[in-house]
Design a protein around this ligand. Sequence first.
Ligand code: FUB
Length: 327
Amino acid sequence: MKTTTKPNKPIVEHIYTADPSAHVFEGKIYIYPSHDIDHDGPTNDNGDQYAMEDYHVLSMDNFASPCVDHGEVLHLRDIPWAKKQLWAPDAAYKNNTYYLFFPARDHDEIFRIGIATSKNPAGPFTPQESYIPGSFSIDPAVLVDDNDKAYVYFGGLWGGQLEKWQTGSFDPNGKEPAPTEPALGPMVAELSEDMLRFKGDPQEIKIVDEAGNPILAGDEERRFFEGAWVHKYNGYYYLSYSTGTTHYIVYAMSKNPLGPYVYKGKILTPVIGWTTHHSIVQFEDKWYLFYHDSSLSGGVNHKRSVKYTELTYNEDGTIQTIDPYKE
Ligand code: FUB
């Protein structure tokens, strides 16, 4: 375990961690990351290199204190419906319960989203027997709104299979839209009171430019790829996400949690490693961006480390772009 945490440095070094979802629970910062592992399997656009098998929970009392690894809180072997690839998780608190939302491939190798529960933010988490009915793709991120309504945002292209669901059912030959067509947006579903089901069918979120035109599939610096996150600031919903092939974290704003969202700009410039994935959280009076890169492993894409840095809003609510390597 490390004894200190510093901005733009790995928060732990004894394991590889990625895809950090940070929350303040019980006055502390809890981080729910993927747990990267090494293996001899293939590396490809299907994401086979991301072969994770368990989750650890990390926490910090504050940003001047050590980062604690609470150990393994859920393992693939204990999830009846899941075959492999425990990818980016998120956690939420409601009903006096902590809910861990996570994607994995089911026994047909189709990505689904599952839930595990605990009475403790540090776990261990007990998985449900099956995945959320009607769920698909990857990277769940949950917003429990001020009115207690809860939404799960999800989706990711390529290995995340989002483009294979455009007809409403799984089409193994599904392709991304042509470059001149609107890009695929992330999906959103309101959650049931008990948090274990979708209230209705998931809807696709529209992301538009300032003129109201949809962001196009060929606009790879702005179009959604994976890793959606929604937070609220000054009455606006901020949808942030990875652009995948161009390696940015960008954001769009809306007055409605379901959108449409208006594209605003870049939050994070590319990191070392192919993937970029983040979360945004307020702790006391400051805002923080949690993200990952592959610097600790010397650039190995599937051996990543979670880091954090401060995030700054401009007066008009826009967010200042962060270069994670600028001293
Ligand atoms: O960690 C596996 C996948 O890589 C995540 O689900 C994506 O967001 C990308 O970070």
